[in-house]
Design a binder for this molecule. Structure first.
Ligand code: NAD
Length: 467
């Protein structure tokens, strides 16, 4: 099937296309439109025209429009989940496509109900000052391939809820599900409010440079985040950058290894590890090291991996060949440098980018799989003897997205977690995010936050009104 762009309330064909393949089977899934610079300009111009009226609509009207989108997502969840599984690889079940579609609906309705009322900064005999939140203009959204629909919703809904208009560009690896979702929801809005263009990475660069886009919201790698910041500088765009992570977890000696195995597994392997806030380095105290390794191995060895359209599967393939080779390279490097394979590490080959769920023991800092973001189904488990040393190693990273502490003693764990250098810290779990809690990275993991009132504010500017 050949897909189209959606610009100014219309389905727009392109002359160029790129083939999109199912990562579980290698079969052609569909043809993605490749937008030209002129088509991007058309989309931005449509969004700029629509901004004039959309920014003036009432709060209630925009709230209702967002709830209506939530309903459209619910009505079309089956179709979108199936397409997402075929395109991204994540299974229908487990924390897969149905879970992602559920998240899209939940985030949409929650964000629809958020309010940014006028705040009173001062009200006394010297004067009255009100703070009004105003939309910014045309927002450019650039998304990655790991959670294509959920991340699109995270960008689109707060933008339109606050009166902005938007042009979204999905990843060239997973464009089809986003094109279809946007077509479905954009038709419910005035024309030009929501537009989608797709193509290669250069299209993202053109958006970052575009003089009529006022803000970029980007989720993706640190390297691309840097480039976007540079491209956006001459036009002084507002930026929210949600970038890569290399989250550490610290397991204290008082844990029950069997009791934490399931939480450690999902923390590290959600979406086959292709999640920004997945647990990517596990530091375990020497007293419980072998027991934690054994409990995790016992849990992970029974996880069914395969084509996600099969209802029995809860873990799919890696999404693309580039990432498959990266994960394989990092695991091979660790094994060559002395890592002990507890599970996996030997892909069978055959159709699809299937890489076995891999657990590596006796890994040390300095190995590439610890120092770099693997973004795949392989977890390095590192032994430590002194908790202060483990904390220093956990913090010895350019990234600062999330981190976790695992212990029976919640207060002790919280005290340690507060010293982790990251935007989100979890106790006895990892990677939980919620629509009411601001989420974002520190250090090289990003700028700004998403979700909740703080996330919504990122789509506005303040006007102070003095009277
Ligand atoms: P990526 O940076 O390669 O691509 C992301 C998007 O940027 C794509 O749409 C791509 O076409 C576009 N792009 C590429 N070059 C560009 C340029 N020069 N200018 C503008 N746009 C450009 O990232 P990815 O591989 O798709 O995603 C994986 C990364 O995203 C991981 O590092 C992961 O940790 C991170 N991520 C972060 C979060 C978060 O919330 N912090 C969430 C999900 C993923």
């Amino acid at each position: 099937m050949t897909y189209n762009l959606y610009i100014d309330g219309q389905s727009v064909p392109t002359t160029n296309h790129m083939d999109i393949f199912n990562p579980a089977t290698g079969e052609l899934l569909g043809k993605c439109p490749v937008a030209t610079k002129e088509q991007l300009d058309m989309a931005v111009a449509a969004a700029a025209r629509a901004f004039k009226t959309w920014s003036m609509t009432s709060n209630e009207e925009r709230k209702a429009a967002c709830h209506n989108i939530g309903k459209i997502l619910e009505d079309n969840a089956d179709e979108l989940a199936k397409l997402l599984t075929q395109e991204q690889g994540k299974p229908l079940n487990g924390l897969g496509s149905r879970f992602e579609l559920g998240g899209c609906q939940g985030w949409t309705h929650y964000t629809a109900d958020l309010e940014l009322p006028v705040e009173i900064a001062q009200d006394n005999e010297e004067g009255h000052v009100e703070l009004h939140r105003k939309p910014i203009g045309v927002v450019g959204s650039i998304t990655p391939w790991n959670w294509p629909l959920m991340i699109a919703v995270w960008h689109v809904i707060p933008a339109i809820r606050t009166g902005n208009t938007i042009v979204i560009k999905p990843s060239p690896y997973t464009p089809l599900s986003t094109l279809r979702m946007i077509e479905l929801i954009a038709a419910s809005l005035p024309k030009g409010v929501l537009n989608v263009v797709s193509g290669h990475d250069e299209l993202g660069k053109m958006m970052s440079e575009h003089k009529d886009i006022q803000k970029i919201v980007f989720t993706g790698s640190c390297a691309t985040g840097e480039k976007i910041m540079a491209s956006a500088a001459p036009t002084l765009k507002r930026l929210v950058l949600e970038l890569g992570g290399n989250d550490a977890g610290i397991v204290l000696p008082d844990v029950d290894p069997k009791a934490i195995a399931e939480g450690l597994f999902w923390g590290a392997f959600i979406n086959g590890g292709q999640t920004c806030s997945a647990l990517k380095r596990l530091y375990v105290h020497a007293d419980v090291y072998e027991d934690v390794c054994a409990a995790l191995t016992e849990y992970v060895k029974n996880i069914p991996v395969g084509n996600g359209l099969d209802e029995n599967i809860i873990m799919g393939p890696i999404q693309n060949e580039m990432q498959y080779n990266k994960v394989k390279g990092l695991v091979d490097d660790a094994v060559a440098n002395g890592a002990r394979v507890l599970l996996g590490a030997n892909p069978k080959g055959g159709k699809g980018y299937f890489y076995p769920l891999t657990l590596l023991a006796d890994v040390t800092d300095g190995m590439r799989i610890v120092d770099e973001e693997q973004f795949g189904p392989a977890l390095p488990i590192i032994k430590y003897h002194d908790v202060e040393d483990a904390l220093a190693r956990a913090n010895n990273s350019d990234n600062g997205l999330g981190g976790s502490v695992w212990s029976r003693d919640i207060e002790k764990a919280k005290a340690l977690a507060s010293r982790l250098e990251c935007g989100s810290a979890w106790i006895n779990k990892h990677g939980m995010i919620q629509p009411n809690v601001p989420f974002g990275g520190i250090k090289r993991s990003g700028i700004g936050v998403e979700f909740g009132v703080d996330g919504l504010k990122e789509y506005t500017t303040i006007q102070a009104v003095f009277s």
